[in-house]
Design a protein. Structure first.
Length: 312
């Protein structure tokens, strides 16, 4: 297992390096620059700004310098949005806001999504199954910004029950968290139902039923453990993505989180913030994916990590 983990960490480092290089090159190949605006500075001022931040050097030299700075823990400073403030400080300030919403949304998606899938599988072909399938299909089909906008209009504008701007109190977390959790909850529900149906048709489940074991005990004790493995595959990237906050949800509800700030940094061409946030997001996804692979062993002892996660 140690060999497998070390190998995966090495792969993650290579992937992260490739993501950094590709993002850096693509970002700088797009026409324009961080210091161009409707009131463009004079050529002398523009040259001085580019020289100050090292943008006057060849692109590959800039990339080499950036990678070197990263190795020393320096992700640069903001060019425009919070001028000369370290990027790491900005990320550490914005991330907790996104993380709070993400943790609540993630917990809700799992706590409701898995039981929804189990109930649908348990009542296969019945009215409850049909109703839950309609709801989950709707959830994975409707774009997130539509859900967020509808919730804001009904409960924020029309009824006035909660604030629709920022996070002034605990009630203001309800709408963004639900909007962020709705899609993954429905996706988990569909995934859990499909996986559960596959498991309950296996031989050991039929044997348990033949021995007189109750259906409820079979579903939630024997079947759920194996049916949860495909769901677990989805939870790693989901947790990484949802912890960083939803770009759409944070934008709709004007939440000062990292996701919304990332969108603003792209619009403002603030290169260091774009790069720092991209690396941060990518690192979270890679770490969560590795954690999920290791958890396979805890959920299913047949999984042999030394053979790349195949069942022994």
């Amino acid at each position: 297992m140690t060999k497998y983990v070390c190998g995966r960490i090495a792969q993650a480092i290579v992937v992260l390096l490739l993501i950094t290089c590709i993002t850096f090159l693509l970002m700088n190949l797009v026409p324009g620059g961080p210091f161009l605006s409707e009131k463009s500075p004079s050529p002398e001022v523009l040259a001085a700004l580019e020289a100050k931040y090292g943008l006057d050097k060849p692109l590959l030299v800039q990339l080499k310098n950036y990678l070197t700075d990263i190795l020393h823990g320096d992700f640069g400073v903001s060019f425009k949005m919070q001028k000369n403030r370290p990027v790491l400080d900005i990320i550490m300030e914005m991330f907790p806001v996104s993380a709070r919403i993400g943790v609540i949304a993630f917990a809700g998606a799992v706590l409701f999504g898995v039981p929804i899938g189990c109930l649908a599988a348990y009542h296969r072909g019945k009215g409850l199954d049909s109703f839950l399938r309609v709801v989950t299909t709707l959830g994975v089909s409707v774009p997130g910004f539509v859900i967020a906008s509808v919730l804001m209009h009904i409960f924020g504008v029309k009824l006035g029950w909660v604030s629709i701007i920022g996070l002034p109190d605990w009630k203001s977390y309800i709408l963004p968290c639900f909007a962020l959790a709705f899609y993954p909850m429905c996706y988990i529900g569909r995934l859990a139902r499909s996986s559960m149906l596959d498991v309950i048709n296996q031989e050991y489940i039929r044997t348990a039923r033949a021995k007189g074991v109750s259906s409820t005990y079979i579903i939630f004790k024997h079947a759920l453990r194996n049916a949860f493995i495909p769901v677990l595959t989805y939870l790693g990237p989901l947790l990484a993505g949802i912890l960083t906050g939803s770009f759409v949800v944070e934008t709709v509800y004007t939440i000062p989180g990292l996701g919304r700030y990332f969108i603003q940094s792209i619009l403002n061409r603030d290169y260091p913030i774009i790069m720092g946030t991209t690396i941060f997001f990518a690192t979270l996804i890679l770490v969560m994916t590795l954690v999920v692979d290791i958890l396979y062993r805890a959920v299913d002892p047949r999984v042999d990590l030394s053979k790349g996660g195949n069942k022994a």
